[in-house]
Design a protein around this ligand. Structure first.
Ligand SMILES: Cc1ncc(COP(=O)(O)O)c(C=O)c1O
Length: 406
């Protein structure tokens, strides 16, 4: 017996993809911690807050009522109604219940939408730096990711010119995520309308907007989703969202979207033969999340905004780092361009962001994720979804690490 399957036993589709790098960094940090090292993990992408009590109570009540059976594939009508209400209230979008689809997590919504539509050779535009799963989900679904790089000077935002250049007759989707994981970049109405202008000129291109971090937005930035900025795109837009980040519910696994009804039907066909439905109990919890009090969102926002300000200020004081202040999400994406080629006191040369991240973990016990994982180097992603005390300690260690490079 070996600990590997014979290669011919493993699906060809799996050869195209790799395990999530952000999860592997988290595991590496956990292993070092278990071995007794003093490690601060800033790799994870989840809020450190607990799910609010009213949401937990709604789930407990659902269990007691016996809501423990299979549900409709597309989700329980009560949750579909809550989602339609959310889209109307917060995004000025009118979706009928037949246009609402619920899946076990936002990731499952993306996977289902792409798998339901991609054929070999179909192209999907993905902006770099990207959330690590997009290219792999596209590859798994048999499509071809077309990576369009953004840059620090443009605030990591897609420009209409770059979008226009990337579109070909084979383009099926643009995946559009804001606030962006990993950069936190957001778009104004004017910027969205400029991009929408390009999309209107290419009617074969659909848009999948990933609005997962919609509520993690700072300084009263006015979040707009693409279909709200340009209603004419509604018939070819999937507006994806979920409760994971806004309501600190990553483990409950509920994501959803509003989409044209014929696409929802295809997605339901696929889901009916895979996971059947999202957990019944989690769906009832999500009803409470969307319909219940929303005041703690403001509390989350205020805490995250203070942490963002702390982290950006301290990183910009670190020798050689360059960090812009993003308007959303809970990540920063500093450049280490000025540190490439420098050596640690032990004589290790930093040749890439992977070297930087490895050395930082080994020498200072701070776990972050290299930009290479997100398709744009030389940067790293730091998640500030942890306490200010830990963040301050971590940033001090990063400052010391950078100061010691020569
Ligand atoms: C941009 C983005 N989209 C989607 C997801 C997935 O969310 P969920 O946990 O609901 O599957 C994440 C999670 O990290 C994310 O960062």
């Amino acid at each position: 017996m070996t600990d590997r399957l014979p290669p011919e036993f493993v699906s060809r589709a799996l050869e195209r993809i790799k395990p999530s790098l952000t999860i592997s960094v988290t595991q590496q940090a956990r292993a070092l911690k278990a071995a007794g090292r003093d490690v601060i993990g800033l790799g994870a992408g989840e809020p450190d807050f607990d799910t609010p009590d009213n949401i937990k109570e709604a789930a407990i009540a659902a269990i007691r009522r016996g809501e423990t059976k299979y549900t409709a594939v597309e989700g329980i009508p009560e949750l579909q109604r809550a989602i339609a209400g959310k889209f109307r209230r917060e995004n000025n979008l009118d979706y009928r219940l037949s246009q609402i689809f619920v899946a076990p997590g936002g990731k499952a919504v993306i996977y289902t939408a792409l798998t339901a539509t991609l054929n070999p050779g179909d192209e999907v535009i993905v902006l770099a730096p990207y959330w690590v799963s997009y290219p792999d989900i596209v590859l798994l679904a048999g499509g071809k990711p077309v990576i369009v790089e953004t840059n620090l000077q443009a605030g990591f935002r897609l420009t209409p010119e770059a979008l226009d250049r990337a579109i070909t007759p084979r383009t099926k989707w643009l995946i559009f995520n804001q606030p962006c994981n990993p950069t936190g970049a957001c778009y104004t109405r004017e910027q969205l309308r400029a991009l929408a202008g390009v999309l209107l000129a290419h009617p074969h291109v659909w848009v999948l907007t990933d609005d997962m971090y919609e509520h993690l937005i700072y300084e009263n930035f006015a979040f707009l989703t693409m279909a709200e900025a340009e209603q004419r795109l509604m018939p070819r837009t999937v507006t994806m969202n979920g409760v994971s980040k806004a309501y600190a519910m990553t483990g409950w696994r509920i994501g959803y979207c509003g989409a044209p009804e014929p696409l929802v039907r295809e997605m339901a066909k696929l889901q009916s033969q895979t996971v059947s439905n999202a957990s019944s109990v989690s769906q009832w919890a999500a009803v409470e999340a969307l319909n219940g009090p929303q005041d703690f969102i403001l509390k989350f926002q205020q805490a995250f905004e203070a942490r963002r300000d702390l982290v950006v200020s301290m990183l910009n004081q670190a020798h050689g780092l360059e960090c812009i202040k993003p308007q959303g999400a809970f990540y920063v994406y500093p450049s280490i361009r000025n540190l490439i080629g420098k050596s640690s006191p032990q004589g290790t040369v930093i040749r890439s962001d992977e070297d930087f991240v490895r050395q930082l973990l080994e020498q200072e016990g701070v776990a972050v994720v290299q930009g290479a994982a997100f398709g744009l180097s030389p940067f790293f992603r730091l998640s500030y979804a942890t306490s200010s005390d830990l963040l301050e300690d971590a940033c001090r260690r990063i400052q010391r690490f950078c100061a010691n490079l020569s």
